[in-house]
Design a protein around this ligand. Sequence first.
Ligand code: ADP
Ligand code: MG
Length: 686
Amino acid sequence: MTDPISELKGIGQARAKAFARLGLLSSYDLLRYYPAGYQDRTAASPISALVSGTAVCVTAMAAADPRETRLRQGMTLTKTHAVDETGRLELTFFNAPYVKTALVKGETYVFFGKPERKGARCEMVNPVFEPAGSAGRVTGLLLPVYRLTSGLPQYAVRAAVRQAVDALAGAEPDLLPPEIRQARALCHIGFALRQIHAPDDARSLDMARRRLAFEELFRLSLGLSWMKRGRAAKPGRALGRLPRDEFEAALPYELTGAQRRVIAELEDDMNSGRLMSRLIQGDVGSGKTIVAAAAVLMAARGGFQAALMAPTELLAAQHHATLEPFMRRWGVSCGLLTGKLSPKAKDALRFALAGGGLRFVVGTHALLSEGVSFENLGLIITDEQHRFGVAQRSALAEKGEHSPHTLFMSATPIPRTLAMLLYGELDVSLIDELPPGRVPVKTYAVGEDMRARIDGFIKKTAEQGGQVYVVCPMIERVDDEGNSVSEGLKEAVAVRERIAGLFPGHEVGLAHGRMKAKERADVIGRFRAGEIPVLVATTVIEVGVDVPNAGLMVVENADRFGLAQLHQLRGRVGRGRRESFCVLMAAPGAGELARKRLEMLTKSSDGFAIAEADLALRGPGEFFGTRQHGLPALRMAELPAASESPAALLYEARDAALGLLDADPELKGHAALRASIEDMLRGMRS
Ligand code: ADP
Ligand code: MG
């Protein structure tokens, strides 16, 4: 089961390294490396009915011996033709010397390829083929298409997976209890694994997908609920109460109802005698910071220290700048710890934290580093939670000999159903109301035909002293031969050049993830300071960059983003007083559906409604994935059975998981399942 991949036939050290880049180390990993999609090669046609450009299978007899011609530069051309009762098909192959011996005159083959008709002549160039008697490997099937990495061609992955499936699928134990499988008509794991990699037909594939998607959602639900139950037993120290009236009187505005409600939830939770582990979800601008400040005050009132962790230096500094004066008024000292501090300043800060002289610290993940200790840490707050993994979530919680209460804040709107699953181990509070008087960002979904007007808009905004973001999606693609194509970066560079051309004499900034962190921070810093009117960026600006003067955002190829992500991006503008705009440019080839999706954003500014729509349109895969949430990637949930909505399957899986935990809280009767879940949770922590 843990046989290294290099023991498979046809895999040498170099190939094994390429597989490793995809996280595929053993045959077992291959078994679970589900296809990203399928190429449908099931359609068949007689020669007379072939349509130009539509790839199909043709069963025909080779009617001549292939003739090979040498072309320039070592290229070869092999020509022959095949016939059926309805007509003649010309066959042309480039650089395929094997055809000479593989196609035998008088034998019947199944060819798959794209026909081209010119008058009475019908031709296929470079079709794949196999003898009619033993067809089914490359023709007449749903052919799996795997995600690749550079140096790893499609055929190599197919061949390796086929070996793994032959060796392992039959012996794979089924983790789903039989009663759960029966109640939901889910197929056996062995069948599912064989069919997902080599489907007999669309119906079997559907059954396999459903089964595997269910299993993923079930395992994750079960694991997170398991974790939550373990935690519920942990005692937590009571922090203090919030001097409610004084607190509110000190604010320059009225709290919203949602902010009040969530502050009360925190207060109850942190004084209940059990350890708090809570997530605050609130749209961009919903006012999470002041809620966090209230929690810090509660801790301070109870005599405890508090820490606030942000994902970037910039955000940490921003929080410190906002909170320090506020805290001073309550006599709570507030420090800033980032990687930038001089060793001497760092030491002083560490000393003050360890001795208790400093009561509240804001910082980046530098807070997690060795050598930071607290006198009496009562509360840890993590902002923009989705940027941190589950691993970091728990690393923080382990600081200090008493576990501190933990609070996470996230602006990524997630549909309720998914939040329950993603944050299964957390309690969730929602700030589902924006402060009054917010002007929603005016949003337009347009196509390439509006390019000139948008350029004019950028120019006008900048000339009037406003600032503009231009966002390009970062897309990594690997082609069939295993070459990596990083389109996004090229695009961002080109877009910057083009826009710079509109503004001779002005600087147009560029920020992307491949730059050195320092260079990038420098560009973003100068944009914030107003020194650069236009910033072209990949999604590095998504989180928390606060530039009140930014009044326009143009998103290139907007259809490549999820709606929820676009909504978050859009939150970067409209932070100041002036009316602000977001223009979503659909890619030139984007279809009607893509435009429709974007329309949704022009009509709504409710992050949760948008996230629900995104879930319905794109499935839950978008919301999962290690990068976003530190959870194991859900590979199958992205490919739900055609017959079922992903959200429905999610509910079913969660119900089944909770039902099982109620019936067998220790999973005593399900040892293999329990082991697999503990394994998953370990993976999430390390
Ligand atoms: P986020 O939830 O995105 O972190 P912030 O906490 O940064 O939002 O708040 C965004 C802005 O709204 C800040 O300038 C903050 O001072 C302001 N704000 C927060 N709560 C209210 C409120 N109840 N009424 C008016 N303005 C508020
Ligand atoms: Mg915030």
